[in-house]
Design a protein around this ligand. Sequence first.
Ligand SMILES: [Zn+2]
Length: 342
Amino acid sequence: MIHDSNATVNPPCPRTDDRLGASCVTLLPRAAMHKITTLDDHWMARPRSIGTALLESDGHHAIVDPGPGSTLNTLRHELRAHGVSVSDLDAILLTHIHLDHAGASGALVRENPRVIVYVHKLGAPHMVDPSKLLASAARLWPDNLGELFGEAVPVPESNLQILEGRETITLGSRKIEVAYTPGHAAHHVSYFEDVEGVAFVGDTTGIGIEGQSYVMPATPPPDIDLPLWDSSFARILERKPNRLFLTHFGFSENPAAHIAQFRERLHGWMETTEKILQTAKNDEQAMDCFLATMRAEIGEHLPAEEVEQYVATAGLNLSFLGLARHARKRAQAASSSSKATS
Ligand SMILES: [Zn+2]
């Protein structure tokens, strides 16, 4: 695994072609050297909720978003099912540091200290010392944090590769471009690989389960920022990916249509939240109203069992808290700027 370099590593000759010596490399079809596989982490015993992407290139292995500590054994099992062990991993590419995406990183590094963990500079300190991350998660999930996300082991600083966006990572002969894509989180990045044109977008384009056309926002506190999020959509689309890979869950085949639908829904949910906040008597009533409104909306698009799947994966109550926080910040900023100009 090489960062910011043009060097490539030739694949080892396969046994059956040993007689061909060094020339066998050029005889192998290019596609045979590269692979992207969806690993289902079966979070809370629920399939198609949290997914890890396994990227293979010329005998090099990376995973995008290993998932939470609570699904580490499932991840190990899924890797083994594809002929890969934790000791084979060269890199972990984190889209962001939320526990459902990055929680297992430290335990994987402890098992294989050779692994490089790629993470945005704003998220990096919380990988080295996850105590603040765990404290804020404990406020959101006071009753069952351990059951949901397991242990978050610190990642040694020496294993981190800090990103800001615009870097190029080399995995075998595959190039992976990094783009800064905030909105869901201030430290969110996306990865664009060059062989199949897949963009690994984490939570930047919402929750959309492979095979379903409905796309839903996940907007937990504290970073939700819609103007920044819009700039991230533009940053993804200008790279013209062929497919998106969503942590929740799997591939989406039409990036432009997916993002157009998601952007409209995200802004729609924001407007609904603002209206609810204006009319509700208190926070509790506002939350209840949001949950009922959104469940009804999702139910118009999906069968009942899929509604539960989306709601459980996203944490609909957290989405309200994140949108409400952003709405209040916007209202405060608008009133202080109107005071300044009056
Ligand atoms: Zn997520």
